[in-house]
Design a protein around this ligand. Structure first.
Ligand code: BES
Ligand code: MN
Ligand code: ZN
Length: 439
């Protein structure tokens, strides 16, 4: 309850519990928690303060702070009960793949909540985080494909994948160029599935770089350390697709995930190479570490062929996005004013922050190559690395509504509710936006 509601709530408590709260100076201040035991000394009730106003972050923190057990929310929540339950579960998330599972706090669906919707969102968020947290030796292109296949099959979607040399004939030369240096069992692939047979077409695209060494323009030690998360865009795309299908949104969905490893070998693409793209534009590889935009170029061209009503892409595309806005606030880009407004409104409503940045046309000239149609390494004068990366994508994106999210996908520090490691960003916001657009 909020501070202002505490007086009233306290009168609904039994006298001993009210006395215990008084003794502990509980006043429903923000984040205040008080555990009250029963006569046998077992935990019976948790009082949780929402301070001046309820925010979903408070419920997320609560989920991260409570010990293992079964919980039920009671009293004034001040937020949508479905969203509160999703926030709680998201705060209780742990990554336990490689050690004995730490028991989690569980929450029964609160009154007025939609249990199916809670499940769909909680599972999707956990899926994205599990994929990102899983190291590259267990989350290569093949594992990304396997997870995509399972999600597609579970919802009756039509699944297809093009792997290795077949990418060249199928018209994905940039995906092939980026991924061809990887070991044979981690060969590059283009994953695609389609679901739904009526309604507007929605394309969801995600950067699936299982590991980004930087290629021959090798990353320094510190910069490479977290690059298992460079498939975060793919994880987000699959998670959003799963929510869309689980909720049965009335759309014809296409999911496009180029999955590669940016590895180093004798056959790696070289700085200065000129590669082909699905769109027919030639790309000079100024820097082999700007690989995400190369694979997304082909994937976005494919999306355009589907003539979608809307295209969304997620990518851990640039370090510059984090320099601009920090790890917690992903930038999004779109030239569609209505879409920009809808995303901003949904991000506010879902309390899942996103910040619009501009596809500033004045920096397009930084993408000029001396010998090819475009370079993947923007000229240094333009400086705004996240903006110029988005401008590169724009050259390949569908001409209709398109939004690009340059996500970080990671909590660099841990705190209750936000464990250090993988983070899902913008998923709840975009899901809310899609519901508002299509339902
Ligand atoms: N995956 C990285 C971007 C990245 C780095 C995201 C760190 C999150 C944290 C991407 O492939 C990359 O290396 N981008 C380069 C582009 C540059 C070479 C033009 C970058 O941002 O430095
Ligand atoms: Mn890179
Ligand atoms: Zn990358």
């Amino acid at each position: 309850m909020e501070e202002a509601e505490w007086g009233q709530v306290s009168h609904s408590l039994t006298a001993p519990r009210r006395a215990a709260a008084k003794l502990a100076d509980f006043a429903a201040r923000q984040g205040q928690t008080l555990l009250i035991g029963d006569d046998e000394g077992r935990p019976a009730q948790v009082l949780f303060g929402l301070g001046a106003g309820a925010r979903l972050a408070h419920f997320r923190e609560l989920g991260g702070r409570l010990a293992a057990g079964e919980y039920r929310l009671e009293g004034p929540l001040g937020v949508d009960p479905t969203a509160a339950a999703v926030a709680f579960a998201s705060g209780a998330y742990r990554f336990d793949r490689y050690r004995k599972a730490t028991p989690q706090a569980h929450l029964a669906p609160p009154e007025g909540a939609d249990p199916g919707l809670i499940r769909a969102q909680v599972h999707a968020l956990a899926l994205a985080r599990d994929m990102i947290n899983t190291p590259a030796n267990d989350m290569g292109p093949l594992q990304i494909e396997t997870i995509a296949r399972e999600i597609a099959e579970a919802h009756g979607a039509a699944f297809q994948v093009t792997t290795g040399e077949a990418l060249l004939e199928a018209g994905y030369p940039a995906v092939h160029a980026v991924g061809r240096a990887a070991a044979a069992h981690r060969s590059p692939r283009m994953i695609e599935f389609a679901w739904g047979d009526t309604g507007p077409r929605l394309a969801i695209v995600g950067k699936g770089v299982a590991f980004d060494t930087g290629g021959l323009d090798i990353k320094p030690t510190a910069g490479m350390r977290l690059m298992k998360k460079d498939m975060g865009g793919a994880a987000h795309a699959l998670a959003l697709a799963r929510m869309v299908m689980a909720a049965g949104l009335p759309v014809r969905l296409s999911v496009l995930v180029p999955a590669v490893e940016n590895a180093i070998s004798a056959d790696a693409m070289r700085p200065g190479d000129v590669i082909a793209s699905r769109k027919g534009l030639t790309i000079e590889v100024g820097n082999t570490d700007a690989e995400g935009r190369l694979i997304l170029a082909d994937a976005l061209t494919r999306a355009a062929e589907l003539e979608p009503d809307l295209t969304l892409d997620f990518a851990t595309l640039t370090g510059a996005a984090r320099v601009a806005l920090g790890p917690d606030l992903p930038p999004f880009y779109t030239d569609d004013e209505a879409l920009a407004g809808a995303i901003t409104a949904a991000a506010l409503a879902a309390q899942d922050p996103l910040w619009r940045m501009p596809l500033w046309p004045g920096y397009e000239a930084a993408l000029a190559s001396d010998i090819a149609d475009i370079t993947n390494e923007p000229d240094a004068w333009a400086q705004a690395g996240s903006v110029t990366a988005a401008l590169f994508l724009k050259r390949f994106a569908p001409s209709g509504a398109w939004a690009h999210l340059d996500i970080f996908g990671w909590n660099p520090r841990g705190r209750p509710g936000w464990p250090k490691g993988a983070e899902a960003q913008g998923l709840l916001a975009l899901f809310a936006m899609l519901k508002a657009r299509y339902v």
